[in-house]
Design a protein around this ligand. Structure first.
Ligand SMILES: Cc1cc2nc3c(=O)[nH]c(=O)nc-3n(C[C@H](O)[C@H](O)[C@H](O)COP(=O)(O)O)c2cc1C
Length: 336
């Protein structure tokens, strides 16, 4: 198929498939894993611009990354457009490839203050925010939008046009309104309308669960790139599937044993970099990796109680590597 060339500022991506920012999920080890499997660009989870400006250690920790994760965008949020600019300027010290602005977080507390998806109420405030950040940094600035506050108030076209006029290098459009949260189907037709109304690169986001979906979104909406969110939970291999679909190659899903090297890599990287906290964080990932497989419930019940890193590793290795032998009723269709 025709594969669009996605260029953000001077950055040209290897393929137009990006990892979405997900709070408490897209941390450094997981971003690395997604990059290894074909995500052409990754983003940090949303980072408080106030926390950066006030030099809070925990906030700076969320923004840090390792060079192998590049190309990487640091995503920031605040209701205050001047603070967004100041945070972007300070974050230049980490030399990310992009600064991304969060205009999509639907959490009530955030929206009420006018941060996150609160910005979708007012394309004029989006213009102010992009202007402030573009003036503060030499890095390319991107914006992550929703469709608008609610179905009868779609503001994404004006918001994307405002971002473009103020010098944004690209926009991502999550095809849901703020009041939808994360439920219901993403509206790809409206993503297509945003794409048609601007000249800057548009990245489409929402409901990509298989490689074929990435291809369909590009074909149906004309977007320059796609961003994968929940479809990668427990399935970092979706990026390889997307690459195969875009390049007209067949994709052979992975069996549990074939998933093991990546699961081990993720686990080791988490525990090595974050110790016991990393081990505890891995519990939800292990649950996602094992989802749908025979014996997954017992496996999860065992590992949630364990705090010895080697013991967790041994039980997990046995679950994935010997899965076929331990669960003879588990045929190859358990592959994802
Ligand atoms: C648990 C969770 C955390 C999220 N955190 C962020 C975030 O920090 N920043 C952001 O821009 N979007 C965040 N999102 C939204 C996703 O990036 C994405 O836009 C959304 O899930 C739609 O894509 P999908 O249908 O592929 O999941 C989050 C979504 C979920 C489910």
């Amino acid at each position: 198929m025709y594969i669009p060339l996605l260029q953000i500022g001077s950055l040209i991506l290897e393929r137009p498939v990006l990892l979405a920012p997900l709070c408490d999920i897209t941390n450094s080890p997981y971003r690395l894993l997604c990059r290894r499997n074909g995500a052409a660009m990754v983003f940090t989870e949303m980072v408080s611009a106030e926390g950066i400006v006030r030099n809070q250690a925990k906030t700076w920790a969320l923004a840090r990354f390792t060079p192998e994760e590049r190309p990487l965008g640091i995503q920031i949020f605040s209701h205050d457009t001047a603070i967004l600019g100041e945070a972007a300027a300070r974050l230049e010290s980490l030399q990310p490839d992009v600064i991304d602005l969060n205009f999509g977080c639907p959490v009530k507390k955030v929206v009420r203050r006018g941060a996150g998806a609160g910005f979708m109420e007012s394309p004029e405030r989006i213009a102010q925010a992009v202007r402030s950040v573009v003036a503060a940094t030499r890095l390319p600035v991107t914006a992550k939008l929703r469709l608008g506050p609610k179905p009868d108030r779609v503001t994404a076209i004006e918001a994307a046009q405002a971002a473009q006029a103020e010098g944004a290098a690209a926009v991502t459009v999550h095809g849901r309104t703020t009041d939808q949260g994360f439920s219901g189907q993403a509206n790809w037709e409206l993503i297509a309308r945003v794409k048609q109304s601007v000249t800057l690169p548009v990245i489409g986001n929402g409901d990509i669960y298989r490689g074929e979906d990435a291809r369909r979104m590009i074909e149906q909406t004309g977007v320059d790139g796609v961003m994968v969110g929940r479809g990668m939970l427990g399935n970092p291999w979706i990026f390889a599937a997307c690459a195969a679909a875009l390049e007209d190659r067949p994709w052979q899903p992975l069996t549990p044993a074939q998933r093991w090297p990546d699961v081990e890599y993720h686990y080791r990287r988490s525990v090595e970099t974050r110790g016991l906290k990393g081990l505890r964080e891995m519990r939800k990932f292990l649950a996602w990796y094992s989802r749908g497989l025979p014996g997954a419930a017992e496996f999860r019940a065992r590992v949630v109680r364990m705090e010895d890193p080697e013991e967790v590793l041994a039980v997990t290795r046995d679950f994935f590597v010997n899965h076929q032998a331990n669960h003879s009723e588990s045929p190859i269709e358990q592959a994802i």
